[in-house]
Design a protein around this ligand. Structure first.
Ligand code: A2P
Length: 333
């Protein structure tokens, strides 16, 4: 490994960090060296990258000397504390947390939608959007390009992977406890997640919306450059391991038919139509698990709002919703 970029992953031992390593390997990202960073708890553990055993180091302010690209997936507090040190050391930070997403000096990028935003990085930081927002915009951006998006009404069905390893472990524990008549432990979510759905993702804010729901509003506006876009959303946690689904009614400036939408999706990278009701074909979370592409189906003309379509979009939260999108931003750089 003599050519390529010097990479660091802060949060390498987490669900997204592990997936980032897989994406870098699979996509033959030009890696000259890689530093795997996590909390002091993980220092000294070993992980494998491209067949090489690498020791995990504790993340510190001095971790980034000589690093070209620093991927952060260790939570918002950690990003706030350490990302500026990485940028100061000369690295471009690609941050998966919400810490910098709404900072006007930090571009917020879905590579298929607004790659040009990567040209301007005054703080040396680029933000990776919220997972539900990325997956929704993968379907909405090709339609917006031709028909002008006016409003989004959405309900999400979000996998436990969105809460990192803690969410995945909680669903595993509760599934095992339910089947084997053991005690169900509740640590990660406000209520039992197995055999349940919880209309509460992230913390409640003013007006009764959650932070996750407001991310859909604010981040969609920023990525699409639509300051007046109307978005209302109910985000729901469901007992699914790692793919998010979103039910969307989207209204447009111009009239749009189901056939128009199918034509707009044709040939677009990262989004595929799976929509044959007569064959009972529509996307489900397991179809996108560990896959790069988002899938869209159930495309219908909305019966309530003019120039609007109802659709159902599904994508792997850990991959396109987080790790893959971050690695694709790295590829633009
Ligand atoms: P660790 O495994 O040592 O706790 P997930 O979102 O899947 O829970 O993963 C979170 C990732 O962020 C893990 O790699 C975790 O490391 C890392 N992490 C959490 N807190 C810190 C911290 N204060 N400093 C460095 N890494 C952290």
């Amino acid at each position: 490994m003599s050519e390529g970029k010097h990479i660091a992953i802060a949060g390498a031992t987490g669900a997204v960090g592990i997936e980032m390593m897989k994406c870098l390997e699979e996509r033959n990202f030009p890696v000259a060296s890689i530093k795997l960073l996590a909390s002091a708890r993980s220092a000294g553990k070993t992980m494998t990258f491209n067949g090489k055993t690498i020791e995990v180091e504790e993340l510190t302010h001095d971790s980034f000397e000589g690093v070209d690209i620093a991927f952060f997936s260790a939570g918002g507090g950690t990003s706030k504390e350490f990302a500026p040190s990485a940028a100061k050391a000369g690295a471009i930070v690609i941050d998966n947390s919400s810490a910098f997403r709404m900072d006007e000096d930090v571009p917020l990028i879905v590579p298929e939608v607004n790659p040009e935003a990567a040209k301007n990085t005054p703080k040396g930081i680029i933000a990776n959007p919220n997972c539900t927002t990325i997956i929704s915009l993968m379907a909405l951006a090709p339609l917006h390009e031709k028909y002008g998006l006016k409003s989004i009404i959405a309900s999400s069905y979000q996998a436990v992977s969105g809460s990192g390893q803690a969410g995945i472990e909680e669903l595993n524990q509760q599934m095992d406890a339910l089947v084997n008549n053991k005690e169900i432990e509740i640590n990660c979510y406000p209520k039992q997640i197995v055999s349940n759905v919880i209309p509460h993702v992230d913390v409640f804010q003013e007006g009764g919306y959650t932070k996750e729901e407001l991310k859909m509003l604010n981040e969609s506006r920023k990525i699409l450059g639509l300051t007046d876009l109307k978005v209302t959303c109910t985000c729901v946690r469901v007992p699914v391991m790692r793919s998010h689904s979103v039910s969307i009614t989207a209204a447009f400036e111009k009239p749009i038919s189901v056939e128009d939408a199918r034509a707009a999706f044709a040939g677009k990278p990262g989004i595929k139509v799976v929509d044959s009701p007569e064959e009972e074909l529509y996307p489900v979370p397991l179809d996108t698990t560990c896959k790069d592409d988002c899938l869209v189906g159930r495309i219908r003309e909305d019966k309530v709002i003019d120039n609007a379509l109802a659709l159902w979009v599904v994508g792997d939260q850990v991959r396109k919703g987080a790790a893959l999108n971050a690695v694709q931003i790295g590829e633009i750089l």
